[in-house]
Design a protein around this ligand. Structure first.
Ligand code: PMP
Length: 356
């Protein structure tokens, strides 16, 4: 029996994807070669890249005029690539600071120009999403983080702006239906809902590029990567292949619309127990709660060892909260079965019986 994997990322992937990936490492598509020992320019791998790209477009219902890239360097490199490609020389960017990852993005943007942090939830330890804010008009783009993996908050209403809108969707892409026409640039590290660590998905509206007046190093230039179909340098073949398999799996589940419904059910079940059980208290503001990362604390820390023993014995992995928040974080990404959530709820109820 596998463990119930609540890890925040890298995280749970569908079992059938892992099996197919394992087979491809020894013999890819029956060609008697491994996926990771063939050229990225081979017909076989080019087909993988094309399939992965077209699945992204199909699953997210991307309109014409948007391109899809698979890059490296994680979402962390996108923190820098965003201003390189979109911040005009002597321009200004607006940032929505909703957590650790937003602040890391802000730090990188500041190395290239002026940054206006127009709203922040730092005052309350990032347990909410700011609502009433004014976005400056003299900016080149707005940057936001759709889901705050560490704090368990999620943007439901995205900032409205005439400037370009950029979103780090690392921890909730493919989890809910969104109107992508509102975004100009979206990026996401693969290692949550899409695949293993090692590749970063970038979705970009073609017409926004090449307008900064800035000289961009090749590896940081989206136009360079676009002109080479994500093969300017050797792509992370294994990560792209496993992402493709995960996207195929998602399509078989009925796509984003179907998984969103399941994600809502899973999150509602777990939050209901956090709210009902007197031994737990949710961390995030209720209306801003994430459907991907459920954060909670004990109401009485003296029972910590008892709870930790119980969930470990139940075969649960990765429940410990991020060090900056403490407590617990149950990451319940697309591939997390509802059965595992029921196991966790059962442990929470057993804990209640044991200590009361
Ligand atoms: N943004 C968010 C929302 C994240 O959750 C993470 C990683 N967990 C990152 C950015 C950083 O991603 P990477 O490690 O791929 O650079």
């Amino acid at each position: 029996m596998k463990k119930h994997n609540f890890s925040a990322g890298p995280c749970i992937l569908p079992q059938e994807v892992l099996k197919k990936a394992a087979n491809a490492v020894t013999n890819f598509n029956g060609i008697d070669l491994s996926l990771i020992e063939i050229s990225h320019r081979s017909k076989e791998f080019v087909e993988v890249m094309e399939k992965a790209r077209s699945l992204v477009k199909e699953l997210l219902n991307l309109p014409e005029g948007y391109s899809v890239l698979f890059l490296q360097g994680g979402a962390s490199l996108e923190f820098l690539m965003t201003p390189y490609n979109l911040l005009k020389v002597n321009g200004k960017a607006g940032y929505f600071d909703t957590g650790t990852w937003s602040s890391k993005a802000i730090k990188e943007a500041k190395t290239l120009g002026e940054v206006d942090v127009f709203a922040s939830s730092k005052d309350k330890g990032y347990n909410y999403i700011p609502k009433n804010y004014n976005i400056p008009s003299d900016i080149d783009y707005v940057h936001c983080t759709s889901n705050n993996t560490i704090f368990g908050t999620q943007i439901k209403e995205f900032p409205k702006t005439d400037a370009l809108l950029v979103c780090d969707m690392s921890s909730d892409i493919f989890s809910r239906e969104l109107d992508f026409t509102q975004f100009d640039l979206v990026y996401a590290g693969a290692q949550k809902n899409m695949g293993p660590a090692g590749t970063t998905l970038v979705i970009v509206k073609d017409e926004i590029l090449g307008k900064t007046g800035r000289s961009i190093p090749s590896m940081l230039d989206y136009q360079v990567h676009l002109s080479k179909d994500s093969m300017f340098n050797t792509p992370p073949v294994f990560a792209v292949y496993v992402s493709m398999l995960t996207l195929e799996w998602l399509k078989e589940q009925g796509g984003v619309k179907a998984i969103e419904k399941i994600n809502q059910e899973k999150a509602a079940l777990l939050y209901a127990e956090v709210d009902r059980n007197p031994l737990f208290i949710g961390f995030a503001n209720k209306e801003d709660r994430s459907t991907m990362n459920v954060t909670f604390n004990l109401t009485n820390e003296t029972h910590k060892d008892t709870f930790d023993k119980l969930w470990n014995e139940a075969g649960i992995n990765g429940l410990k909260g991020h060090k900056s928040v403490g407590g617990y974080r149950a990451s319940i990404y697309n591939a997390m079965p509802i059965e595992s959530i029921k196991v966790l709820i059962n442990v929470m109820q057993q804990f209640e019986k044991q200590v009361s």
